[in-house]
Design a protein. Structure first.
Lengths: 169, 169
DNA sequence: GTCTATAATCGGATAGAC
DNA sequence: GTCTATCCGATTATAGAC
C-alpha cells in the first residue's frame, strides 16, 4: 500500500477541495486516509505540521513540473494547466489555496512562489516582459476561477490564439 | 455612533483580512467591534447569519459600484479597482474571498456574481467579446494576487496601454 | 507504526438580568 | 439593545497499550 504519509496528504487535499478548511479536522482527514487520529499524529506532529506537509508537496511538484515542461510549448502548457484540475500539481495548488489565511503557516508565499515559477518557464517562449506579465495574470485569473469552482470549461481556442498572437509579435 | 450591525461587519472584514477565517470567531469579531458575544448574537443569529451578512454587503456595494462607474472609462476603472484595496467594495470582496469553502453559505456564487457584474460594465467599452474575456481574466488575476497579499503595486501604465490597445482595435 | 482512551481547551449558542 | 453566566459539543493533543 502507498506510504501512509502520502495517503494522508491525498486525503487532506480531498477534504480541503470538497469541504473547505473548516472541515479539515484531524479526525476527518484521518478517517479519509483510513488511519486513526493517533496514526495521523505519528506522521504529522500536529495540525500545523500537517498543513506544512501539503505546502512541501506543493513545492516539490512545482519543481518537478518546471523541469518537465521547459521544452514543450510553455505558453500552451501553462494556460492548459491553469484551467485543468486533473493533474496532481493543480490539485495540490487548489487545495493549498483553501488554506489562505491560516495563521502560523506561510501559505501565501508558497503559492505565490508556485505561480511565479511559471514566469521563468514562460521566459523561454515570450520575450516581451510586458506580454509575459499579461499572460501570467490571465493564468492567475484562471486559477481564481478554478478556486471559485467554475465549471472548468477549457479555454476557448480563440482566446489562446489571441494570446499567442501577442506572445509572438 | 455608527450602526452596531455595520460596526460588526467592519470588524469581521478586519479579522478575516488580517488573520483569516479560523480566527473569525464570534468572540474575536465581537471584541473588535466593541460589543459582547451576546450583543453580536442579537444582531446576527449565529455564525452563518454573520457570514451571510458580509455577502449581503458585498452584493449591495457591487450594485452601487456598477451604477456609479457605468459612464467613466470602465476599463481603467476596473483595472484600477482590482489592484487597490482601499475602497470599501474591494475590502469587502477580499474579506469574502477568505470565506471560500465555508460550508453552509454560497460564497463562491456571491463572489463570482460580483466579479461577473463587471463584464456588463465593460461591455459598454469593449465590443469584442474575446478581448472582454481577456480583460476580465486579467482583473481576476489581479484579485488573486491581492488575495495572496502581494504588495499592491499599481498596474504598470505600459500594461494598461497594451490592454487598451487591444480593447479599441 | 498504529490503535484506544482520555485530558484539556475552545467555540457556538442559550437564558435571563439590566 | 446589550451584558454576564453557563452549558454543550467539537477538536486538538497526550498517554500508554498492542
Amino acid at each position: 500500500m502507498r506510504e501512509t504519509k502520502d495517503r494522508i496528504l491525498d486525503a487532506l487535499e480531498c477534504v480541503l477541495i470538497e469541504s473547505g478548511p473548516a472541515a479539515a479536522t484531524l479526525e476527518t482527514v484521518a478517517a479519509r486516509a483510513q488511519v486513526s487520529k493517533g496514526g495521523l499524529l505519528y506522521h504529522f506532529g500536529g495540525k500545523e505540521a500537517l498543513f506544512n506537509g501539503l505546502l512541501d508537496r506543493l513545492r516539490e511538484l512545482g519543481a518537478k513540473d518546471a523541469s518537465t515542461q521547459n521544452d514543450r510549448g510553455a505558453l500552451a502548457a501553462y494556460l492548459a494547466t491553469s484551467s485543468r484540475a486533473e493533474d496532481a500539481y493543480t490539485r495540490t495548488l487548489l487545495a493549498s489555496m483553501r488554506l489562505i489565511g491560516t495563521p502560523g503557516i506561510d501559505v501565501e508565499n508558497a503559492i505565490a512562489d508556485s505561480l511565479d515559477h511559471w514566469a521563468d518557464v514562460l521566459a523561454t517562449t515570450i520575450d516581451d516582459p510586458l506580454v509575459r506579465r499579461l499572460v501570467m495574470l490571465v493564468g492567475d485569473g484562471l486559477y481564481l476561477r478554478a478556486l471559485l469552482g467554475a465549471q472548468r470549461r477549457p479555454l476557448d481556442d480563440d482566446l489562446v490564439g489571441l494570446i499567442e498572437s501577442l506572445a509572438t509579435r
